[in-house]
Design a binder for this molecule. Sequence first.
Ligand code: BES
Ligand code: MN
Ligand code: ZN
Length: 517
Amino acid sequence: MDIHFQNPSGEGWRADCALVFVFEKERPASFAPLLWELCPWLESSPALRDFTGRKDDLTLVYGLPELPISRVILVGLGKKDAFSLSVFRIAVAKAVHYCRGRGFATLGLPVEALDALLLNRGILIREAVVASKLCLYRCDTYRSAKDENETPPDPRWLGLLFAEEHIPEESQQAARQGEAEAAGVALARELSNGPANHITPAVLAEEAQRLGKAHGFACTVLSGEEIRRLGMGALWAVARGARQEPRFIVLEHCPKGREKENPLVLAGKGVTFDTGGISLKPAAKMHEMKGDMGGAAAVLGLFAAIGAMPKADALPRIVGLVAAAENMPGSDASRPGDVVATLSGKTVEILNTDAEGRLILCDALTYAQQHWSPVALIDVATLTGACVVALGDHGSGLFTQDKGLRSAFMDAAALTGDLLWPMPLWDEYDANLKSDIADVANIGAREGGAINAALFLRRFVEKGVRWVHLDIAGPGYVVKASPLHPVPGGTGAGVRLLCRFLENPAAFADEQQEGIC
Ligand code: BES
Ligand code: MN
Ligand code: ZN
């Protein structure tokens, strides 16, 4: 579905169906006065009497078919004082999804009706574009036949209807930014939903190279042999049981003139399938572990978004790392009790081969610090079941001791609707990681498992490096559909959160070192 703009000096307004969002107990006409002028039939329509404005109230109002706008959907937003961007996104998603179900080919969104919601216009345009795209997502890649009856085609376009003669640049950029973010989320979903026999470490690397070519990012991929020779013993230990070779991916967005700047570095966990290895997982729900590359998907999705952003040149230098491997049992797989040397030189005793995410990530963290002096180092991973126990299916854990980064992420999450919660990094628990024979063990106590995993990663972050760990084990992959992710499975969690975070350069500017917490 394309996004385009209409205004009076152009062709005027036209669409198969216009969408108007209205608070409970308010007069719809006051939300879109121009539309009401253009569609005089609205006021006399009997359907209007049924509309309450309550949340989930969708009322379709018909005009005559030959009119430039022949239908209007009134969408209830519920009570004005309970309104939020989340309420708005869900309302847009439900309405656009409904329109697809009815076969409406072209949709119109009067911007005056957004202005009536009393939030920033640019933000509402961006969120409307994102929600209208995400609610149409489907994963048909692996079906042989597309059943047209079951899955009606998407609307051809969504037109933003402006009253101004000249469409403000800011509004156009907001829409383009929304499209870019939605494209990033869609790619992340596609990768997370992709079965492990299709989405292998090599395929993740090809995807990164494709992004590099399409958008001008530098992209380097290390092969299994290079990973081993470089000394990434922890990543290699995870990958060695699998026939699929691991890959280590480096993607870089460097706007002109920023070559000398220290980059922001992101690292994603890309376990394309997690059987648990020799510490094999139970069979039930194991298939969900095709989504154990959700962190990698978020990093690649972010780069897809950056590539499509209207103002990508205003972003800082950003490096994306993906450590990709398959965690399989096999005659050459790592055994519980094995000791391996990591890239940092520290040795790890692998007490449980199912705690593999932290192993591949510790080498990625070291790689980042050996190659750059990151202004901030951020890892994203479907790291622990314990985080899902702590925060539920939808909550992500935010682990950092940097106050500035913590509040930047919390602020970003408030805007994107991500459920993100700060988690502790208590020194007292670090002793859980003691190994009898190596520098550190890869598991601690079962209790506080998400914290122990984060503390393991912290062992590989040098003093003074501003570091954030995002555990997206819950929201990365969900078993229930919802308006913004209509297909159960990969959600693209992390992509929008990172996009928003990047927009706040103060959060990670070099000179902004803030206190620890
Ligand atoms: N990929 C899993 C974590 C996970 C669990 C993600 C559920 C999404 C949903 C991770 O590699 C893992 O297996 N972690 C173990 C760690 C344990 C062995 C210390 C876990 O959480 O049980
Ligand atoms: Mn595991
Ligand atoms: Zn895993």
